[in-house]
Design a protein around this ligand. Structure first.
Ligand code: ACM
Length: 565
């Protein structure tokens, strides 16, 4: 059944409401609509004060309403479950991120299993108020607002609903990250995977290794388009987040019940770190002092040397990372592990000696040695390691979880072996891939993956045993930014597809072929109006505006179809 079919809609016009992601059940309320005015109170029961603060700082500017505590009946702080107006409360019988939103004669009542559930319900309330609730100031003074007469019961399908953003290839300033956290929250997503390091730039301040950002966050020029393009942007490029920026981002995310997964990518994708600290590279193979932060794209041969010094260096990095990303909101730390060419290790006497000393079979064993080391190191500090599916090669570290990106296969193998998995196959949910096969897509990369294709993505592959399926923590969409030079380009690639992805991750959708894309698309009409109000520079359904096109900039379109699992 589609969510639309599973809903006893009564008089409710689900297309007009356009809730995205679709809730589990949506019924007509006996009372309502409920008007919101200058005197409408907002009452928060203990444990929901943070959600009240978010509502005041979001709906307040949009609506011009003060949403005071207490109210005409005298209901005040702590009386949230009985007050009138907008009432927030906890109900431990609901799922942790589940919520119930009920329009009653005297109240709009949002109860959640935890504050996170209440927050998801508050996002639904914002959608129910219409697109202007997504603005930062009222369009006209004194307009009235009302909550339509509905009762919604809702909870997510997956506990991990994420987006990965690569800020190495192109850097998004802190304000843009905070805005993206708001956009994730508006779509009920709850994981922000922050790809902070790569060959093209190191983006997080590490106090004990200042050259990582002094040197490693800057490059002299940048390839413009796919790596085969002849074009360069000759402007020096870079940037990084200070530790205070990171603290602000992490707290801002936590206030929106979003977990942040920091990624420090090792042992490949490390040229920026090696250019800052040449002793990290394979100095017996190349003169690493000649390396600079990489200015083009692709898989880079300059990988970390498998030395004790390298291990100690990254332990030092991680000590600061763990301090910046607390365990409560960042239980997972991503250690990359992807695309590590083994050529330098094959040539390096030092690497070969290490292979012999460790008694591992080959260079894959060295990769596994790196990951196992940090798996144990993180576990000893109460965290969990997650890595790209290459960490399966040479033997997967005990407690590690896997981001399955090269298709479903890595995730299936890991899940069947009892490891937790986040499904993010590049063939389906890499949002850098083009959205249309036409000639107007800017710098077209990869497969054509339309809004409908993303809507039909299924995170749990068929044939997985029930036991293994329980190891699918959820799913995330990945945004690699080689051809996304700024926020507008990121917006274009991410939206509207993130809306379809959010529904896949949250809603109880049927098997892909049975999904009612037409009904989803009808709800998108309301959602495009929300994205407009938010100032999101999405790809219009009819194709890119001329200003969104990049004629003459080489991409790399692929014609292949994704492998069938
Ligand atoms: C990846 O796309 N290299 C994880």
């Amino acid at each position: 059944m589609t969510p639309e079919n599973s809903v006893s809609t009564g008089a409710v016009d689900t297309a007009a409401l356009g809730l995205i992601p679709a809730p589990r059940t949506l019924t007509a309320a006996a009372a309502g609509p409920y008007p919101l005015g200058c005197t409408t109170p907002l009452n928060a029961a203990p444990g929901t004060e943070g959600v009240a603060r978010w509502l005041r700082t979001t709906l307040g500017p949009a609506t011009g309403l003060p949403l005071p505590e207490g109210g005409p009946t005298g209901a005040g702080r702590g009386s949230g479950s009985t007050g009138r107006g907008i009432v927030l409360a906890l109900d431990a019988s609901l799922a942790p991120e589940g919520y119930r939103l009920a329009v009653e004669a005297n109240a709009v009542r949002i109860t959640g299993g935890t504050a996170a559930g209440v927050f998801r319900g508050a996002q639904t309330l914002r959608q129910l108020l219409g697109p202007d609730a997504f603005r930062r100031a009222p369009l006209v003074p004194g307009r009235t607002w009302e909550v339509p007469p509905v009762v919604i019961e809702d909870e997510p399908r997956f506990g991990w609903r994420g987006m990965m953003l690569d800020v190495s290839r192109h850097f998004l300033p802190k304000d843009d990250i905070l805005r993206y956290l708001d956009l994730l929250a508006a779509h009920k997503l709850n994981v922000f995977h922050f790809h902070l390091t790569d060959d093209q730039g190191w983006r997080i301040e590490i106090k004990r290794y200042p050259r990582l950002t002094e040197v490693g966050s800057w490059r002299s020029r940048t390839k413009y388009g796919h790596r085969a393009s002849e074009l360069w942007d000759e402007t020096p490029y870079g940037g990084f987040y200070t530790q205070d920026d990171i603290r602000e981002i992490v707290t801002y995310a936590a206030e929106r019940h979003i977990r942040v997964v920091p990624e420090i990518d090792i042992p490949g994708h490390s040229q920026a770190a090696i250019s800052a600290y040449p002793e990290l590279g394979n100095t017996d193979v190349i003169d690493t002092t000649t390396l600079s932060v990489w200015d083009t794209w692709g898989v880079n041969p300059n990988v970390l040397a498998p030395t004790d010094n390298t291990l100690r260096f990254f332990e030092g990095v991680l000590e600061e990372v763990l301090e910046l990303f607390p365990a409560a909101t960042s239980p997972f730390v991503h250690m990359g592990g992807d695309e590590c060419p083994k050529d330098q290790w094959k040539e390096s006497p030092l690497a070969q000696a290490r292979i012999a000393e460790l008694g591992v079979k080959d260079e894959d064993g060295l990769q596994s040695w790196f990951i196992r080391h940090f798996d144990a190191w993180l576990t000893a500090r109460g965290r969990r390691l997650i890595g790209w599916d290459e960490i399966l090669e040479g033997g997967l570290a005990e407690g590690a979880a896997v981001s399955s990106w090269r298709g479903y296969a890595g995730g299936i193998a890991a899940a069947e072996a009892g490891h937790d998995v986040v499904m993010c196959p590049e063939q389906q949910v890499y949002l850098d891939h083009r959205q249309d096969g036409g000639p107007d897509e800017p710098m077209p990369i990869g497969y054509v993956r339309s809004l409908e294709d993303v809507y039909r993505f299924e995170p749990v592959p068929p044939g997985l045993s029930e036991e293994a399926a329980r190891h699918i923590l959820g799913t995330q969409a990945n945004v690699w930014t080689e051809v996304m030079q700024n926020r507008a380009r990121v917006d274009y690639q991410v939206f509207p597809r993130l809306a379809a992805f959010a529904e896949v991750a949250w809603s109880a959708l049927p098997a892909p072929a049975d999904r009612d894309f037409a009904a989803f698309d009808a709800r998108m009409t309301a959602h495009y109006a929300r994205l407009d109000a938010l100032g999101v520079d999405y790809r219009p359904p009819a194709g890119p505006y001329p200003r969104q096109q990049r004629p003459g900039i080489l991409g790399r379109p692929l014609d292949g179809v994704p492998p069938v699992v």
